[in-house]
Design a protein around this ligand. Structure first.
Ligand code: G6P
Length: 624
């Protein structure tokens, strides 16, 4: 987690850093800081968000020495900025990044975890180093300083030697007071992108702070060190001191995608983008005659999928919920057994993996540490790994054997919405393509589903038009303390996702459950104060769900039902209904998840919560 940004060039670095930090704030937002070099290093940092940092800097008087207590000298054409999601040490002013080395001549920002920091710290303390913070990061910068002093090597070499002693993950940027033209960056496990402009360089955790200045980027690879000099070409070495050739990618991202475009929150914008993002995720993948599905990214490995005895889906959070929809899809359409695994559990439980297994890793960010580690494990056992990712050039697509991008566009709101529906779209396409190749589906049924899939963006649009009604329902429940979400079949993962969305952004406790399983426990919670959201579209297990609604009703629970438009039966039983258009059972999650996103959004806004940056969360979880 944590967002890092840095600049070296002719511009004033401070505005570039602050703007960049705002873009990266989704990665963590418990404290923030900047350091600028202008003769001396001026460092400002504080607990809170990037806007708190800006206020803090504005409020400083002219009496101090520039070390977080004095004149706010933000000039300088070389600088770095950080927005933190705490791992080691509380989120406070002292633990905020950047961190000085003992002599104040080096300054560092870091994203990741140095696992052997405690041993390193003890060694440094014995050699006289004093620590100001509890962070693992301060250990690293002092280690670099120690090496520089004792081994009399230059800064890049000291960084290289230090990184050979470090166990863990890092993306770091280092500046020295004595080197006004030099910026050193390195990465392992955490992402780092270098933007190359005309005589200027930008560094960031992802490309969003860079895109408005240049489209030419280099994605640093693990254990690479970038030596960036104001007057020289970018030089990259690895930690074994071997020269690497930078490969320049062209960014496809557009600046407008990173702005709110008139919406009060990114989350709402992203919910409303879904007709477009689902369409973009299908674009070019449905054959012109709508008789087949083409997934170019996995073509070379498709036979492995066709022959797979088993598919294992690994993911975390919302992506895991998409994976659960995938399980239903692959089993129903392609008749391949599927296991859906939390990456964090899978990686540590010595799972049985065969060479003819296909592992599908799903991740919006493409950076989730547990998912990456689970991929490496499955790869080491010989399985074929297919990725479903949203962020182009991120770590997961570069680790997998093949994969497909979701094309949802940048998702900034921490609570995932459009990425989820894009993932489900992709899984649907994969399941259809496999079913066709494995001959487990009739051609006429396949064509019917494809044609219905093609209509999903319009149906999602129709649901968005019921926003006002959903807002009215939200108002009634904004003070609820608990929520239950129930669904069966394809609506079960939707219930889980609906509950997750609500708890993430409104801090109301919510549980998702298979509707029939309710009677084995959660039914004890139901009373006249318990809102129960039941996803009950026609088709599938509709009749069974109707019985479950009766069970809730009999215990005086308040029923908010998501139903197929025109459903009279449930309308008569429910206290509130949200109508959605009819579609194929297997495509229903794409439609039925939308009202639940809107419900959570409105409840959270009415409770005064920060929907785009909920407390304690981060969008890209690069620590395990
Ligand atoms: C974090 C985010 C979730 C996301 C999960 C997995 O917890 O807050 O929204 O679902 O990580 O992330 P990924 O990028 O791998 O989909």
């Amino acid at each position: 987690m944590c967002g890092i940004v840095a600049y070296l060039g002719d511009r004033d670095a401070y505005p570039v850093l602050i703007k960049g930090l705002h873009r990266l704030e989704y990665r963590g937002y418990d404290s923030a800081g900047v350091a600028l070099l202008n003769g001396e290093i001026n460092l400002y940092k504080c607990k809170g968000k990037v806007s708190d940092l800006e206020e803090h800097i504005k409020g400083l008087n002219n009496s101090g020495n520039g070390k977080n207590i004095g004149s706010a000298n933000t000039s300088g054409t070389l600088g770095m900025g950080h927005t933190r999601w705490a791992t080691h040490g509380l989120p406070n002013d002292v633990n905020a990044h950047p961190h000085f080395s003992g002599s104040d001549s080096l300054v560092i920002i870091h994203n990741g975890i140095i696992e052997n920091y405690s041993t390193l710290r003890k060694g440094l303390e014995k050699r006289g180093f004093k620590f100001r913070s509890e962070t693992d990061t301060e250990v690293l910068v002092n280690l670099i300083e120690d090496i520089q002093q004792n081994e009399k090597v230059n800064l890049p070499e000291a960084v290289r030697i230090a990184l050979n002693e470090v166990v863990g993950a890092y993306a770091i940027v280092i500046i020295s007071k004595n080197e006004p033209d030099l910026l050193i960056a390195a990465k392992k496990g955490s992402p780092l992108v270098i933007g190359i402009g005309e005589g200027e360089y930008f560094l960031a955790s992802d490309a969003t702070p860079i895109v408005e200045y240049t489209k030419n980027v280099v994605y640093l690879k693990d254990e690479e060190i970038a030596i960036i000099h104001r007057k020289k070409e970018l030089k990259i070495i690895n930690i074994k001191n071997q020269k690497q050739t930078p490969y320049i990618h062209e960014l496809e991202m557009e600046l407008e995608e990173l702005e709110k475009g008139g919406y009060p929150h990114f989350m709402l914008k992203e919910i409303y983008e879904q007709p477009r993002s689902i369409r973009d995720s299908m674009r070019g993948r449905l054959a012109w005659n709508k008789k087949s599905v083409i997934l170019g990214g996995i073509r070379n490995h498709e036979q492995k999928l066709v022959d797979a005895k088993r598919i294992i889906i690994i993911a975390c959070g919302t992506s895991w919920h998409a994976g659960l929809v995938g399980e239903y899809l692959f089993e129903e359409l392609a008749r391949i057994p599927v296991e859906v695994e939390y990456a964090s559990e899978f990686r540590y439980r010595n799972p049985v993996i065969y060479e003819d297994d296909v592992v599908i890793a799903i991740s919006q960010s493409g950076e989730t540490a547990d998912t990456l580690a689970a991929i490496e494990l499955a790869k080491s056992k010989g399985a074929t790994i297919i990725g479903i990712c949203n962020v182009v050039g991120s770590s997961i697509p570069r680790t997998t054997h093949a994969g497909s991008y979701t094309h949802a566009g940048p998702e900034i709101g921490v609570a995932s919405t459009k990425a989820f529906t894009a993932q489900v779209t992709l899984l649907t396409l994969m399941a259809l393509s496999l079913a066709q190749k494995r001959k487990t589906i009739d051609q006429s049924r396949l064509e019917k589903i494809i044609s219905e899939l093609d209509k999903i963006p319009e149906k999602v649009q129709e649901v968005l038009e019921t926003n006002d009604k959903i807002k009215t329902i939200a108002k009634k429940f904004k003070n609820a303390r608990n929520f239950l979400y129930l669904g069966r079949g394809y609506s079960f993962p939707v219930a889980l996702e609906g509950a997750l969305k609500l708890k993430e952004i409104s801090y109301i406790h919510a549980e998702g459950y298979p509707a029939a399983e309710m009677k084995h426990g959660p039914i004890a919670l139901i009373d006249e104060e318990m809102p129960v959201v039941i996803i009950a579209p026609k088709g599938g297990s509709y009749e069974k769900v109707v019985s479950n609604i009766q069970e809730v009703k009999a215990r005086k629970g308040i029923i908010i039902a998501v139903v197929t438009r025109g459903d009279q039966l449930v309308k008569e039983m429910a206290d509130y209904i949200i109508e959605i258009p009819e579609t194929e059972d297997i495509l229903m999650p794409l439609v039925s998840s939308i009202p639940l996103q809107l419900l959570s959004y409105h409840i959270a806004v009415m409770r005064g919560c920060n929907v785009d940056q909920p407390r304690n969360l981060a969008k890209s979880v690069t620590v395990e």
